[in-house]
Design a binder for this molecule. Structure first.
Ligand code: PLP
Length: 459
């Protein structure tokens, strides 16, 4: 059926009927969407026959790579056996039981309970409701405020977009909702110029303490952050940051929440980002890599303290028709099992991750307008800068990033611009040869980019 139409026809129908997320509709329709028709491994193919290296694993989610034959089989079998039933009102089903059991095995110690959602945004909204419910049950009804971070991304629902610190999202729809405040992101390169990274990590954690004191510890319910800020530009915090945040949260009796929607399920080489930075949250949210995008599903993990308290409170009046959907659960189970049993996560930790990080720094470190080349496992970034010596960024943060990103696109390599941070998170099955190939193309694109910067008088 897919091949019955031409690219032009698909574009016209798309423009006529489909509103795209995070897209300027008029400019998209002028140019026409790129039509992706199939995918395999780390490659996408478009309707014009181009083979595109997906350096972003879709939206940081196709951890296991495209084109697996076993996952559709699992989905088919589950649909035939039990296509749907819910997990409300004292029912369950084998697919969701098996997934929960497996997740308790791969999760860091102490996380034995999960609550299912359909997406990262729903995981975050669920977490917000859980955090507030937790303090209600504890009899501390004033503890309602959540602290997020500027440029954090926690999804597009009203709760998620409020907790996230994207001001361009807040501007649309009167966000944030009451009871959500933000602190600055731990971006050493910009905010810690006169400090070592370790000193800066402590200083950035102090911003959280200052905010707690400003709001009043008796009113603060939780601090929430991505272990590595993803859409905010792959901001890798200094090693001192998260342990200090944990100490502060404990001191003021505040729940600590990690949003692991990007970092979870092997992206960093550890199963979860918290394990890279040596901290233990009370709750963490997941989605994306849980099913590697083969089905929409998310999960919120709770430690015993939170799970027990919520249970003491009786009914938790929250849930989705598709919480623990049997097909999504079965596919997620097969995906997580494969990530573990095929050694995919281990390979990121011991082999392809370190290789990517070494090559990434070698390749991009040599460019005149690239600095702060960074990353962990298979999540990496660099920042486009006007002057390396003074750490001067370009004016109109984001303009130059788009220029650079478009050059990658034209060369059939997908990397993303988050402002002037160029970021990448390929499928975890990428091989060393494919990493070389990706970086060779990227280096050629960067030569072209720096040439264009000069030609356009931007430097
Ligand atoms: N949290 C983080 C850290 C994310 O990166 C994202 C999406 O990119 C979300 C939440 C929202 O997930 P979803 O788009 O599945 O709703």
């Amino acid at each position: 059926m897919q091949n019955q139409r031409t690219t032009t026809e698909w574009r016209e129908l798309d423009a006529a009927h489909h509103l795209h997320p995070f897209t300027d509709t008029n400019s998209l329709n002028e140019q026409g969407a790129r039509v992706i028709t199939k995918a395999d491994g780390i490659y996408l193919y478009d309707s014009e026959g181009n083979k595109i290296l997906d350096g972003m694993a879709g939206l940081w989610c196709v951890n296991i790579g495209y084109g697996r034959k076993d996952l559709p089989e699992v989905a088919k079998r589950q649909m035939e056996q039990l296509a749907y039933y819910n997990t409300f009102f004292k029912t369950t089903h084998p697919a969701v039981v098996e997934l929960s059991h497996l997740l308790a095995e791969v999760a860091p110690q102490g996380f034995k309970h999960v609550f299912y959602t359909n997406s990262g945004s729903e995981s975050v909204d669920t977490m917000i409701r859980m955090v507030r419910r937790y303090w209600d049950v504890k009899g501390k009804k004033d503890k309602k405020t959540l602290i997020g971070r500027w440029n954090g991304y926690h999804g597009s629902t009203i709760g998620g977009a409020s907790l996230g610190g994207m001001t361009y999202m807040h501007e649309q729809g009167d966000l944030p909702i009451p009871g959500i405040v933000h602190v600055e992101q731990p971006w050493w390169y910009k905010h810690g110029k006169d400090m070592t990274p370790e000193e800066f990590g402590l200083a950035a954690a102090k911003w959280v303490e200052d905010k707690i004191l400003e709001v009043g510890a008796d009113k603060v319910a939780a601090f929430v952050g991505e272990p590595i800020q993803g859409a905010g530009g792959v901001i890798v915090p200094p090693s001192t940051y998260w342990p200090e945040i944990q100490r502060i949260c404990q001191k003021y009796d505040i729940l600590l929440v990690a949003d692991e929607v990007i970092c979870g399920f092997g992206r960093t080489g550890e199963w979860f980002g918290q394990q890279v930075f040596g901290f233990t949250p009370d709750i963490f949210t997941t989605a994306k890599g849980l099913s590697s995008g083969y089905q929409p599903i998310g999960a919120v993990f709770l430690n015993d303290k939170v799970a027990t308290t919520l249970a003491e409170g009786g009914d938790f009046n929250h849930g989705f028709t598709y919480s623990g959907h049997p097909v999504a659960a079965a596919v997620a189970h097969a995906n997580v099992k494969a990530l573990r049993d095929e050694g995919i996560v281990d390979r990121v930790k011991n082999d392809t991750g370190p290789y990517m990080q070494k090559r990434w720094r070698e390749v991009f470190g040599q460019f005149e307008h690239v600095d702060d080349v960074r990353g962990v496992g298979l999540i990496q970034a660099f920042t486009l800068v006007k002057n390396k010596a003074t750490r001067e960024l370009f004016p109109n943060f984001g303009e130059i990033g788009t220029l650079c990103r478009d050059i990658f696109f034209k060369n059939n390599l997908i990397m993303r611009a988050c402002g002037d941070h160029i970021v990448s998170a390929p499928p975890l099955v990428i091989s060393k040869e494919e990493i070389d190939q990706m970086l060779e193309t990227a280096a050629k694109c960067m030569v072209e980019f720096e040439k264009q910067l000069k030609e356009r008088g931007l430097v």
